[in-house]
Design a protein around this ligand. Structure first.
Ligand code: PGA
Length: 246
């Protein structure tokens, strides 16, 4: 049981169609039956579902975010891309940036920094993902990598209040593996230490499920979870939330 205000962010990745939205009803019902001040729920579906999901959520206190944005603030000839203003205009309040799946597809720290700055300008809050690869972990470079990703990704950003950090070790995403409690505590502490008293919220992401949540929720200083696979199933998602807050 934790009394802290916790974030639960659903990252649907490239999954879901209009029918999938029906699965939200269970989560809406669950959320309505709980005190507002205990947790924050944010859905980050594919762009195609942002509008219909925000309509379905209506006046609930569940919010919607996107999974990436193009760095340009204005319209432009960028086939297949969507910028932060466009995402905001269809109901997104947040955007995930720096996710390792996009870093692996070629996004570097400078590009991520630009995306963060311009998404803030558009009025979005940022879910900024950082995390080390398995090789970097084995080489004992975790802190070095986190430090560098934080420094470069957040370069010249003053509005730290608009940022939520998601610590997602690359080796834990979709693998069923999670860091030991000691490793995770250390990394969360390390990230927070970079900001002093004004630290943003720091979440954990990577293979969070209803079985390992008991171990994860007791990590000191953890402010919530970014959940991929398990967030697509309302029962599993609710289970994770229940186990954390009850
Ligand atoms: P996972 O994904 O929970 O399926 O490991 C987490 C993420 O990529 O954000």
């Amino acid at each position: 049981m934790t009394n802290k205000y916790m974030y639960f962010i659903a990252n649907w990745k490239m999954f879901g169609d209009l029918k999938t939205i029906n699965s939200l009803d269970k989560v809406i019902k669950f959320s309505k039956s709980h005190k507002k001040n205990k947790f924050k729920l944010i859905y980050c579906p594919p762009n195609t579902l942002i509008r219909p999901i925000s309509k379905r959520l209506g006046k609930t206190n569940i919010e919607v975010g996107a999974q990436n944005s193009h760095q340009n603030l204005d319209y432009g000839a960028f086939t297949g891309q969507v910028n932060s203003k466009m995402l905001k205009s269809v109901g997104a309040k947040y955007v995930i940036l720096g996710h390792s799946e996009n870093r692996m597809a070629g996004e570097d720290d400078n590009l991520i920094n630009l995306k963060i700055k311009n998404s803030i300008k558009s009025g979005l809050k940022i879910i900024f993902c950082i995390g080390e690869t398995l090789k970097q972990k084995r080489d004992k470079k975790t802190n070095q990598v986190l430090n560098s990703q934080l420094k470069k990704g957040l370069k010249s950003i003053i509005k730290i209040n608009d940022i939520i950090i998601a610590y997602e070790p690359v080796w834990s995403i979709g693998t069923g593996l999670i860091p030991s409690s000691e490793e995770l505590s250390k990394s969360i502490k390390f990230i927070k230490s970079k900001f002093g008293k004004k630290s943003p919220k720091v979440l954990y992401g990577g293979s969070v499920n209803s079985k390992n949540i008991d171990q994860l929720k007791i990590i000191p200083d953890i402010d919530g979870f970014l959940i991929g696979g398990a967030s697509q199933n309302p029962k599993k998602f609710i289970d994770i939330i229940k186990k954390t807050i009850n």
